[in-house]
Design a protein. Structure first.
Length: 247
């Protein structure tokens, strides 16, 4: 609506015959997302209360019946994350020092012999993320080199034989995403030109006249749809893998 600075998105393409509702109430400057498609019959709620300038995320789907709370207190400009689901019964606590503008993350669960260190030293304004837990036995590396103000993401899980490269070149403040799974003959390009603050998605699906990104690796029979209708400058992202409990 015109009186609301946030978009109200409704996506229900024929190839994905389940409604996806994203709503931003007028009274709240933060988006409130509700997604409950039929094939993923569990609600995912993301709420940003008015009194807090930081998002408060609560996710408790039935297939993952453990609450995941992410809270950013007002007094601290850095996020404080607390995650303690039963299936991952080890707390993940991130408490960066207020004197440091960069968050310092240290995670070392018992079930995982690999420490998960996310550290932003003072000398480096960019975070270096390394995650390799046993329950997700595929390394996920996220590295931000000093020479580049943009993150360089490389993800290569074993269950997916296709590399997913996400690169942010120095000349462009927006990410450039390239995904080419073998099962999909169409490349999925996500480019954010400097003149546009919103992502520009280019894909050639036959059934849809709008840019629709479909990623369907061999290990997952369910597509991941990213839809940007022409009438809306904001992306609507929907991920509903039935077979995979990992996002």
């Amino acid at each position: 609506p015109e009186c609301c600075p946030h978009p109200v998105h409704v996506v229900n393409p024929e190839c994905f015959p389940h409604p996806v509702h994203v709503v931003n109430p007028e009274c709240c400057p933060h988006p409130v997302h509700v997604v409950n498609p039929e094939c993923f019959p569990h609600p995912v709620h993301v709420v940003n209360p008015e009194c807090c300038p930081h998002p408060v995320h609560v996710v408790n789907p039935e297939c993952f019946p453990h609450p995941v709370h992410v809270v950013n207190p007002e007094c601290c400009p850095h996020p404080v994350h607390v995650v303690n689901p039963e299936c991952f019964p080890h707390p993940v606590v991130v408490n960066p020092e207020c004197c440091c503008p960069h968050p310092v993350h240290v995670v070392n669960p018992e079930c995982c012999p690999h420490p998960v260190h996310v550290v932003n030293p003072e000398c480096c304004p960019h975070p270096v993320h390394v995650v390799n837990p046993e329950c997700f036995p595929h390394p996920v590396h996220v590295v931000n080199p000093e020479c580049c103000p943009h993150p360089v993401h490389v993800v290569n899980p074993e269950c997916c034989p296709h590399p997913v490269h996400v690169v942010n070149p120095e000349c462009c403040p927006h990410p450039v995403h390239v995904v080419n799974p073998e099962c999909c003959p169409h490349p999925v390009h996500v480019v954010n030109p400097e003149c546009c603050p919103h992502p520009v998605h280019v894909v050639n699906p036959e059934c849809c006249p709008h840019p629709v990104h479909v990623v369907n690796p061999e290990c997952c029979p369910h597509p991941v749809h990213v839809v940007n209708p022409e009438c809306c400058p904001h992306p609507v992202h929907v991920v509903n893998p039935e077979c995979c409990p990992h996002p």
